[in-house]
Design a protein around this ligand. Structure first.
Ligand SMILES: [Zn+2]
Length: 158
């Protein structure tokens, strides 16, 4: 089962974590309210903490997020949609642009990452859209710097 999401402007952290877990998640940031909600694909689950939005878009696939704590928010999304371990592909998506990243040959990134990174890593991937290069550790370090709900994921999903 694949899931995709649209997060309202109050749920930026949750949107980021859903991307880290590999879910296609668009985030209402620069889009005007009206445009954002009116042009969502029908399969996208709208995530909101705003009662007004919940009531107005009740016909859409919608999950009203209860908590303001991002770990609790993730727990709610995973629990209510019954997301399973195999639905989660951690670090398979570019964080800034939400595009899938693809594995690339080590030779292909020579000169495009710091030398010490190139010398000490063998697996690299690249975002199809912004061409940002990822290697094991690059995503992880940045994410761990904020919080670490991934460590609790094993307990949350079966
Ligand atoms: Zn990208």
């Amino acid at each position: 089962m694949t899931y995709c999401f649209a997060a309202d402007r109050t749920l930026g952290k949750l949107a980021k974590w859903l991307r880290i877990l590999g879910f296609d998640t668009i985030f209402e940031s620069n889009v005007s309210n009206k445009g954002f909600y009116d042009h969502l694909e029908p399969e996208r689950v709208l995530l909101t903490r705003t009662a007004k939005i919940r009531d107005r878009f009740a016909a859409k696939r919608l999950l009203f997020i209860e908590s303001d704590d991002v770990c609790e928010q993730l727990r709610q999304v995973i629990g209510e949609l019954a997301i399973a371990r195999q639905d989660i592909r951690v670090f398979s998506r570019c964080l800034p642009c939400n595009s899938p990243i693809i594995e690339v040959n080590k030779q292909a990134v020579y000169g495009r990452v710091p030398d010490y990174i190139w010398q000490t890593h063998d697996e690299f991937s690249r975002c199809r859209q912004c061409e940002r290069i990822y290697w094991s550790g690059s995503h992880v370090a940045r994410s761990r710097a904020i919080i670490d709900p991934i460590s609790t994921l094993d307990a949350m999903v079966s």
